[in-house]
Design a protein around this ligand. Structure first.
Ligand SMILES: *Cc1c(COP(=O)(O)O)cnc(C)c1O
Length: 428
């Protein structure tokens, strides 16, 4: 069934570390061989052996309207013949910035980069440059890309592979990274009072997606907002996952909280390498060439990447019913999974916000990294393989959110619920 993937994986390991260009793809925690993809259309992935899978990763979020979405493909094709890069400004970059500002109204200025990592790294540097302070607070299990400062209790692939400390990151760097449990406002208060006037920023995934899907409890983000106001701390929403996914205006719109700086990635590029950071004018004006916080990129604002992202965002902005449809589909899946999981008698928790959802095989509520880690993640690994065998492609780790795309049909969702019932019968 996976003959070609198996031989491709063997070949890949001769020339690529671990056979993959990003660790979670290696299936290392769930075991088995990663599936090598040949093409995708709508809600379906097709692998090298010709197997078809219903896709719940959506390239980790970007393919929110499904794969090979025709307006995006066409826009890229038309743009590519005009050259793939100029290294000089274009009108399209202005249109992209204006479009994002119209979707996230508290973004005064926005700078494009080429990944979520770059966006978060640059936002942190900017917050430090703006405040003149070095330390910042992040939350255990939140992932903000692989820049040095963030690789402390960083969820996602690090949690999947149980990497506690990352060799190559100096003590000087990690000493300035302070961490608290997600949803623990008191811990933040106490860190802030211990490090009075030393903290440049609090960065958070407003809905966490890198330890499974974990929701902010009522009052948590409001409390952080207030602490930042009182202490002159820059509040950074990492909306790399949630931006343009939970709503046109992202988590800020849904949760009704304004951050000072916001980082974007994933959906913003429609599958091309794009990230961005933006926010309050007074802070963003510190970025070069206006200010002296340096940040740059040879391929930033790349025309192919911009036309792909612009086309997708334009569609999302002008068809707000997309979010209602995605929400309804995810609620339907949630409900169906709930029923079959309850019938199986196994302990489980399903967390969901909009089109982000995940299952934890846990007896207690999953509200932070510790409770996510305490779940029966070896059962998740069995579930993953049982689902894969039935043509359902879930994220290969309990520490990842699932992302729905709007090309999924109700028949696909029914097939997923049915496959879950069968998988549970097989593995329990
Ligand atoms: C994926 C992700 C990043 C990193 O983005 P890359 O494009 O992979 O560098 C940062 N923050 C969050 C919340 C993410 O999910």
């Amino acid at each position: 069934m996976y003959d070609k993937s198996i031989s491709l994986f063997q070949r890949a390991q001769q020339s690529i570390p671990g056979g993959v260009n990003s660790p979670v793809r290696a299936f290392k925690s769930v075991g088995g061989t990663p599936i090598f993809i040949e093409k995708a259309k709508g809600a379906y992935l097709y692998d090298a052996d010709g197997n078809r899978f219903i896709d719940y990763i959506a390239s980790w979020g970007p393919m929110i309207l499904g794969h090979a979405y025709e307006p995006v493909v066409k826009a890229i094709q038309e743009k590519a013949v005009l050259s793939t890069s100029y290294g000089a400004p274009t009108q399209l970059e202005i249109e992209m910035a204006e479009l994002i500002k119209s979707m996230a109204p508290n973004v005064d200025l926005i700078r494009m980069v080429s990944s979520g990592t770059e966006a978060c790294m640059s936002a942190l540097r900017l917050a430090r440059g703006y405040t003149g302070r070095n330390k910042f607070i992040k939350f255990e299990g939140c992932y903000h890309g692989h820049a040095d400062a963030f690789l402390v209790k960083a969820g996602s692939g690090l949690a999947t592979f149980d990497i506690q400390t990352v060799p190559g990151i100096t003590g000087g760097v990690s000493n300035d990274t302070l961490t608290c449990a997600y949803n623990d406002l008191e811990a933040v208060r106490s860190l802030v009072s211990t490090h009075k006037n030393e903290i440049a920023a609090i960065i958070i995934e407003p809905v966490a997606g890198n330890m499974g899907c974990i929701l902010p409890q009522p009052g948590f983000l409001e409390g952080l907002r207030q602490i930042c106001n009182e202490e002159g701390i820059v509040f950074i929403f990492d909306e790399v996952m949630t931006g343009f996914r939970l709503a046109a205006g992202g988590a800020q719109e849904v949760l009704k909280i304004d951050a000072d700086l916001i980082t974007y990635g994933k959906v913003i590029g429609a599958g091309m390498p794009v990230g961005a950071f933006g926010g309050k004018r007074a802070i963003m004006e510190k970025i070069a060439p206006l200010g002296n916080v340096y940040q740059a990129g040879t391929l930033s604002g790349n025309p192919i990447a911009m036309i792909a992202g612009y086309t997708l965002l334009h569609e999302l902005k002008n068809n707000p019913s997309i979010y209602q449809e995605l929400n309804d589909k995810t609620a339907y899946l949630h409900d169906g999974l709930n029923k079959v999981l309850a019938a199986s008698g196994t302990a489980f928790v399903i967390n969901r916000q909009g089109s982000m959802i995940s299952i934890h095989f846990s007896e207690q509520p999953v509200t932070d990294f510790a409770s996510a880690a305490a779940a029966n993640n070896s059962l998740f690994n069995k579930y993953f393989h049982a689902m894969l065998k039935r043509g359902i492609y879930l994220p290969p780790s309990a520490y990842e959110s699932w992302f729905l795309n709007n090309a999924l049909s109700y028949a696909d969702l029914d097939a997923t619920i049915q496959a879950t019932a069968e998988s549970l019968a097989e593995i329990l």
